[in-house]
Design a protein around this ligand. Structure first.
Ligand code: ADP
Ligand code: MG
Length: 263
């Protein structure tokens, strides 16, 4: 059975793309077959997995519009995950999809054609709550919300959760919210913890274990397009491996471990 997880937050810079790439690579290291989907016209996931969005001719854009078979568009990566890439073309997909019936189901329909080849599908949503994110949430079984543990980083979470509720009511009744993923976490300050406990209290959102610490290596990796997790021993990479193991355990019947804030 394929598990499909959307990584969504309409705020940019909260580490959605980093989380998608790193969890994907860590799962691949556990011999899990992984498809990652780039739903952001900026193509940052595509770039961080070693493909130049400007040099790609066929992408998720063509798949969503029914112009290409998904199987013909998938790319291999050095991180051993399969990639459904994005290019800037996707910026126009929003407007083109709006004119089509069943527009929220375009990704779900395409993924169904290849799902049997993968254990896990991770969907990197764009920083908006438009039709692309609705496609991601409609195609997913579960959603996690990366949250940067800094001042007011959680603004907009309520809006995202309302969108999830609407998706549950209309296009995907099975969608479950797994919880928040705490990113750019600084364990040395009480501030990160305060922000997290505030989010948990206010929105009843569990925090999936472990929090991901801020690590300068991650900023370097996303800028270079180098393999995301390969050979990495820094604390960010270690945390993402733990997160991947936690998710994989959850998908195989173990209880999901959540972060204990009161410690
Ligand atoms: P989003 O997809 O939500 O816009 P990104 O994954 O692109 O966010 O991350 C935004 C920026 O933060 C990138 O420059 C990335 O390299 C950096 N970043 C992400 N995670 C970490 C981390 N754990 N430590 C340091 N920098 C990080
Ligand atoms: Mg991104």
């Amino acid at each position: 059975m394929t598990r499909t997880l959307a990584i969504a937050n309409q705020k940019g810079g909260v580490a959605k793309t980093t989380t998608t790439a790193s969890v994907g690579a860590a799962l691949a290291d556990l011999d899990v077959s992984v498809l990652v989907v780039d739903l952001d016209p900026q193509g940052c996931l595509t770039f961080s997995l070693g493909h130049d969005p400007d040099a790609i001719t066929e992408s998720v854009h063509d798949v969503l519009l029914g112009a290409q078979d998904i199987a013909d568009v998938l790319l291999d990566t050095d991180d051993n995950v399969t990639l459904l890439p994005a290019t800037i073309d996707l910026a126009g997909a929003e407007a083109l999809l709006l004119m089509r019936p069943g527009r929220e189901y375009a990704l779900k329909r395409a993924l169904a054609e290849v799902a049997q080849d993968f254990d896990v599908i991770l969907i990197d949503c764009p920083p908006s709550l438009g039709v692309l994110t609705l496609n991601g949430l409609t195609a997913a079984d579960e959603v996690v919300v990366p949250l940067q543990c800094e001042t007011l980083a959680h603004r907009g979470v309520g809006q995202l959760l309302r969108t999830v509720t609407e998706v549950q009511q209309i296009t995907n009744p099975e969608l479950a919210i797994l919880g928040a993923v705490a990113t750019l976490f600084d364990a040395r300050t009480t501030h990160s913890r305060d922000v997290l406990s505030d989010i948990s209290d206010r929105y009843g959102l569990p925090v999936v274990n472990p929090p991901i610490p801020r690590t300068v290596r991650f900023a370097e990796a996303s800028a270079s397009g180098a393999s995301v997790m390969r050979g990495r021993k820094n604390k960010g990479a270690t945390a993402y491996r733990e997160l991947a193991e936690n998710l994989w355990g959850h998908w195989n019947g173990k209880p999901l471990q959540t972060f204990e804030l009161s410690l």
